[in-house]
Design a protein around this ligand. Sequence first.
Ligand code: SF4
Length: 353
Amino acid sequence: MQQAREFQHLLDAVGQRVLNGGDLSFEEALVLIGVEERADILDLLARANRIREHFKGNKIHLCSIINAKAGACPEDCKFCAQSAAYETASPRHALIEPEAVLRAATEAKANHAQALAIVAAWRGIGEGPRLDEICRCIEQLARSGTVRADASLGIIESQRVADRLKAAGVVCYNHNLETARDHFPNICTTHTYDDRVRTVRYLKNAGIRVCCGGIFGMGETRRHRVEMAFALKELDVDIVPMNFLNPIPGTPFERMPPLPPLEILKTIAVYRFVLPRKEILVAGGREVNLRDLQPMMFLAGASATMIGNYLTTTGQDPKKDLQMIQDLGLDPDWDGHWEHDPRETEAVISASV
Ligand code: SF4
């Protein structure tokens, strides 16, 4: 009882502080993520919901992705169905034509998505014909004015590459830290956490919005989860995608035990406390891990989600997602301050030719 009172006292104090624009400390985040009592967890979610409402209102940011180049990736990320190192049933194909991207953009728009990210399974992107080809595709998407042109093309090899992507019309680029620095070598050995941080810095220097988060349920500790939240805070990223491992047969993580739904919701809530003004986007794995508790991701502080299919797995029917959002009294028509503005994109492209 005494412990419960102390937790309530802390929750009141830190909740009010964050609402007033203050910060949660690392130690406080560890206390919040360590809470075990069901009633306390639900109180934590309610506080996180208040913080979301305060900073994000009732708007929900939706985005979509297209797997523009699938499979046969030379990297060895242990969660990934697209690594050439593992035998999986995931599709493999070369870079798709711009027309297919434009069709996906139309579908994304019909699903109320504000953005379509062109995603490619490869290590990353440097200068050369591949960059030229992808930039042409991005330009077509950006000029179409359908949805915001986003991308996720792996490690960016130089500042010039990031600048080229910006000039082509990329508004937001996804590149995750994936997990905490200390845990990263258990996830991947073919590139480093610092490779990923460097890419984020190139993007920021280029003026591209950064979508950067990770995957939970990969054997990390709660402390690792908090460490990643603070690393993202320090990098000052714009969108924080939170994926929850959906173990893929054939990958080294195929038998990783799933995170319980309340643990997932608690983690989302702590991220809202640490990153109160950011878009917190629940992405891959929500359907299989949260199941019927999916609506609670917004009540735990999420302000965004992916709609449509994922890279190698199927998402929930977009109509069901939109219904879920509306049933919660939330609004899927996001009008964030950096929403895609076709005139701005046109100006950037024109200035670069
Ligand atoms: S770099 Fe990307 S596509 Fe390649 S194995 Fe890692 S997560 Fe998968």
